[in-house]
Design a protein around this ligand. Structure first.
Ligand code: CTP
Ligand code: CA
Length: 225
């Protein structure tokens, strides 16, 4: 094989990746969102396609070019992302939840733009919980042997929090990275530890998001057998 061309070890596999960050609308012009660029999810999609997989990329509010040969499903909110992931996961060998899913959404949506009025205090915003998609697909697997991967960004006690989160979600692998003001969000590079439900711990040194993506696929491919 030529340099940079990978063994097609995911040929015949269907993998689903969520990327980006959900936006939860308050009114037609405003939303609650987060700072996920989608770059890690897109790197996962490109590398999986390069390794021969059929790829469905559920993309939440990203501004990145569609990777060649990848089926891109655009979504906005967490509820829409859940629908798209559940649909695509039905026949998937692996699901990787790289998207930043809003934990909460505004309890109500104003059909018209919310206006301020002189002398009036702003109304508080009431939030309700969004569904936990990763936990749901992990507990209730669409197919036996389906491999499910989550991502977690932590600021403190990264490994201990990651281990607890892996158990709580019930997924097979959890990619944990440490975040700070200048780490991870929008960056081209990443540094992480991949925790496995079987106790495994794979450190991934600081490097391009493609390298982390390839490590994730190595671990997924090993579990698919
Ligand atoms: N996730 C999800 N559905 C949600 C929230 C998160 O599927 N409603 C997924 C994310 O895509 C990610 C993983 O769960 O793969 C971990 O997300 P994270 O925000 O770290 O976990 P939470 O359980 O929301 O915990 P925290 O309170 O730390 O935000
Ligand atoms: Ca969260």
């Amino acid at each position: 094989l030529a340099r940079g061309v990978r063994e097609p070890d995911l040929a015949g596999r269907h993998v689903v990746i969520s990327a980006g960050g959900t936006r939860e609308p308050l009114d037609p012009v405003r939303f609650l969102g987060n700072r996920s660029s989608g770059k890690q999810g897109y790197a996962l999609a490109r590398t999986a396609a390069a390794r021969g997989a059929r790829v469905t990329l559920v993309a939440a509010n990203t501004a990145l070019p569609d990777p060649a040969g990848v089926d891109v499903v655009p979504v906005g909110t967490a509820v829409q992302l859940r629908e798209a992931v559940l649909k695509a996961a039905a026949d998937a060998d692996a699901v990787v939840m790289a998207a930043a899913v809003a934990d909460f959404r505004p309890a109500t949506y104003a059909a018209g733009k919310i206006k301020k009025r002189d002398g009036q205090e702003p109304a508080p915003i009431t939030l309700v919980r969004n569904p936990d998609i990763l936990a749901e697909i992990s507990v209730d697997r669409a197919r036996p042997g389906q491999v499910i991967v989550g991502f977690a960004a932590e600021t403190d006690d990264v490994l201990a929090n990651g281990r607890r989160k892996l158990e709580r979600k019930g997924c097979d692998l959890l990619v944990v990275n440490e975040v700070g003001e200048r780490k991870t969000f929008g960056a081209e590079e990443n540094e992480a530890v991949v925790l496995a439900a079987d106790g495994g711990e794979t450190p991934v040194p600081h490097g391009p998001k493609e390298a982390l993506a390839d490590t994730v696929w190595d671990l997924v491919a090993a579990r698919l057998g």
